[in-house]
Design a binder for this molecule. Structure first.
Ligand SMILES: NC(=O)c1ccc[n+]([C@@H]2O[C@H](COP(=O)([O-])OP(=O)(O)OC[C@H]3O[C@@H](n4cnc5c(N)ncnc54)[C@H](O)[C@@H]3O)[C@@H](O)[C@H]2O)c1
Length: 409
């Protein structure tokens, strides 16, 4: 049985754990969060990437060991880094988790370990950040460790696409690393694309996510225009989508959230700025997304003839459907934007009990002046929303427009 170490057991690390354990690989997991490690050792999942049943199954078969000490990695032939690449308080890339992961795992790497970075970052991260840190910590192994990258594409909550049927982009520092990383992913992924350099692989991920951010910001902008003109935007998109070439639908919403789409483009932008390169389209898309809440608050003010004293319920506070992840959720800005203009705002989400320092309010607590449906989960109860609102503003396209008080945005 092959032994694979995973550094960082979050959404990405646990999804990988599941895929690898399922093909008989033994996973040695290391996470610096002791509480999370204890939770996993007690076979309780912290997120949707892996179930409690999976944890029990893999623990009984001895395929998953998890520790808060990197020594657990010392027998691994392959080590994958999947730690956060967030923004700091100034909104700039924060490389600390990645740097600390490199320095803490380096002492435990075997001579011929294949070290793969799956965390998202700017092009040059493998070559200019990871390799020097590991080489500094282990000069004796520098020549033999194989450095590679494969930016993760997992889409939490997606029942159609998984590791097996989502093609992988991989690359390595040299030809041996490239061929080893290809061989590794081919064990559990149907299609592997080998990029000529790590920079191509790293850049491909930033291109994918920047493309998505730009297009979502664009459709949000167009939706403002359409709402103003009384043109139903979703029907416009359906009509445009009949074109069999040259068009790809994106849908309006409350703004993008999560650990990837709003964050990764900032890594690209900062990297470009450092070299004196401007990326104005991307820059605008980031700003439009950050300010999406203002457009929404202004629109609601017009529709409800003022928001002061209005009782508003925000339905759905995660950043996407059917996941419990609230990182960078647009609900945060919308909630405070509404409060700033005097609305009395509560929130509810069938997947979340506590968020943003408060507990969820039941939908049935009162008849709300308005319910804003930001995110729709399989567990969202449409009839309860209908019964308890004077008006519904739907950002999801999932609330039937059978009654007049539903307004699709
Ligand atoms: N969540 C997604 O949908 C997704 C999809 C594709 C790519 N990514 C990328 O994958 C990376 C990981 O994202 P995630 O969503 O899994 O993050 P996460 O926050 O869910 O999990 C990261 C884990 O790493 C641990 N950690 C942090 N620093 C560590 C260190 N120095 N040593 C050991 N463990 C450490 C944390 O405790 C946490 O458990 C990011 O770069 C992200 O951009 C995420």
């Amino acid at each position: 049985m092959r032994k694979v170490g995973i550094v960082g057991l979050g959404y990405v690390g646990l999804a990988l754990t599941k895929s690898l354990c399922e093909v008989g690989v033994q996973v040695l997991g290391f996470d610096s969060d002791k509480e999370k490690v204890t939770q996993l050792q007690n076979l309780i999942t912290p997120n949707e990437s892996i179930s409690n049943d999976d944890l029990l199954k893999f623990s009984e078969s001895g395929t998953f060991n998890v520790e808060s000490n990197p020594t657990v990695l010392s027998e691994a032939e392959v080590v994958i880094i999947s730690v956060p690449t967030p923004l700091n308080q100034l909104g700039k890339p924060d490389f600390k988790p990645l740097q600390s992961a490199c320095t803490s795992v380096a002492p435990f790497l075997k001579a011929d370990t294949l070290l793969i970075n799956e965390s998202t970052s700017h092009p040059g991260t493998l070559r200019n950040i990871i390799v020097p840190l590991v080489v500094d910590a282990r000069p004796d192994r520098a020549k033999n460790i194989k450095f590679a990258c494969s930016p993760e594409r997992v889409n939490p909550g997606d029942s159609q696409f998984n590791h097996s049927n989502t093609p992988r982009v991989v690359s390595g520092i040299d030809e041996v690393a490239k061929s080893k990383v290809k061989e590794f992913y081919e064990k559990f992924v149907k299609e592997v694309f080998v990029a000529s350099t790590p920079e191509v692989a790293e850049m491909s991920k930033l291109l994918e996510n920047s493309f998505r951010l730009i297009n979502i910001s664009f459709i949000n902008e167009i939706s403002v225009f359409c709402n103003d003109k009384g043109i139903p935007i979703r029907e416009v998109i359906a009509a445009a989508s009949t074109k069999p070439f040259g068009f790809m639908p994106f849908y309006p919403g409350p703004g993008v959230g999560g650990h990837c789409i709003p964050v990764d483009p900032v890594y690209l932008l900062e990297n470009a700025h450092r070299d004196g390169i401007r990326l104005p389209i991307l820059e605008d898309a980031i700003k439009l997304n950050e300010n999406r809440y203002k457009t929404i608050v202004e629109y609601l003010e017009r529709q409800l003839k003022g928001l002061s004293g209005k009782r508003i319920l925000i339905e759905g506070v995660t950043y996407k459907s059917n996941v419990r992840d609230t990182r960078e959720t647009p609900a945060t800005r919308i909630l405070s934007g509404l409060k700033d203009v005097g609305a009395q705002v509560s929130w509810h989400d069938p997947l979340i009990e506590e968020w943003n320092g408060s507990r969820a309010t039941p939908v049935s607590a009162e008849i709300w002046d308005a319910i804003l449906v930001l995110i729709f989960h399989d567990l969202t109860d449409v009839s309860e929303l209908m019964l308890n609102s004077k008006k519904i503003f739907d950002f999801t396209g999932r609330i039937p427009k059978s009654r007049e008080h539903v307004q699709s945005l």
